[in-house]
Design a protein around this ligand. Structure first.
Ligand SMILES: [Fe+2]
Ligand SMILES: [Fe+2]
Length: 245
């Protein structure tokens, strides 16, 4: 399987990982664990009761940014998309953020002297971590339940207005938060690349940077799904309900 290959139902799941190891956490998010043997993607999805078409679209969109069948992906049930996004949130909270914290702490602990810039990086990360956690929590409180509530709604306004104000969802705030979490991740990488003190530990620093590149890629993909699939779905539902006036 080449780098540009699109994963198909007949692809061997093991080959998918060998083709792009960054897909491993994405596959794990579906509850799928290693030890596939020679099973195909279709067989593994059947074994784990995962929707094959949704799995392929998520995997291929992550693997190849030019692959993004918007209309098809907008046709998946909102609950299925939200469930995947929530699993990604758990992955950030339970894995990416704690691991990053540990790597930052290891780097600081390795600094023999003149560690001011490293402390600056640690402070920047700790603020970023809080902001990202707030963003995840805000989506779980305002965005996802609002979309889910609307999909279950059959009548138009005034119920729409009532539900919108109950969940207090704002398109502008959401978009601002996305810009913020993505741009600050880039800032964090830049600070490390540009301002590390000369006595830094190369291995620990490289580990942190590699990790941040992986984290950033995953985060961008996550926000892209929310912006390009879930937000338009929300607008469509809102418009439909408004037309039912
Ligand atoms: Fe999210
Ligand atoms: Fe988000």
């Amino acid at each position: 399987m080449s780098q540009q290959s699109i994963v198909s139902p007949d692809s061997k799941m093991a080959d998918v990982i060998l083709m792009n190891y960054l897909l491993l956490p994405v596959i794990n998010r579906f509850g799928i664990r290693l030890g596939f043997g020679d099973q195909t993607v279709e067989q593994v999805c059947a074994q784990y009761d995962v929707n094959l078409s949704f799995f392929l679209d998520i995997i291929n969109a992550y693997h190849d940014e030019s692959y993004f069948p918007r209309e098809k992906m907008r046709g998946y049930p909102v609950d299925m998309i939200v469930d995947y996004l929530l699993k990604t949130h758990d992955f950030y909270r339970q894995k990416m953020l704690p691991e990053t914290q540990q790597l930052v702490e290891d780097l600081i602990a390795s600094c023999p002297s003149e560690c001011d810039n490293l402390n600056m990086i640690a402070d920047f990360f700790s603020i970023y971590k809080q902001e990202l956690e707030n963003h995840l929590a805000s989506e779980e409180k305002h965005f996802f339940p609002y979309v889910q509530a609307l999909t279950k709604m059959e009548e138009g306004p005034p119920s729409l207005e009532k539900i919108r104000s109950y969940y207090d969802f704002s398109y502008d705030n959401h978009s601002e938060e996305h810009d913020n979490v993505i741009s600050k991740m880039l800032d964090l990488k830049n600070i490390i690349i540009k301002y590390l003190p000369p006595n830094y530990n190369t291995t620990l620093c490289n580990n942190l940077l590699y990790w941040l590149f992986i984290f950033e890629k995953d985060l961008k993909d996550h926000e892209r799904l929310e912006d390009i699939i879930l937000l338009p779905a929300l607008r469509n539902i809102e418009n439909r309900l408004m037309q039912n006036l």
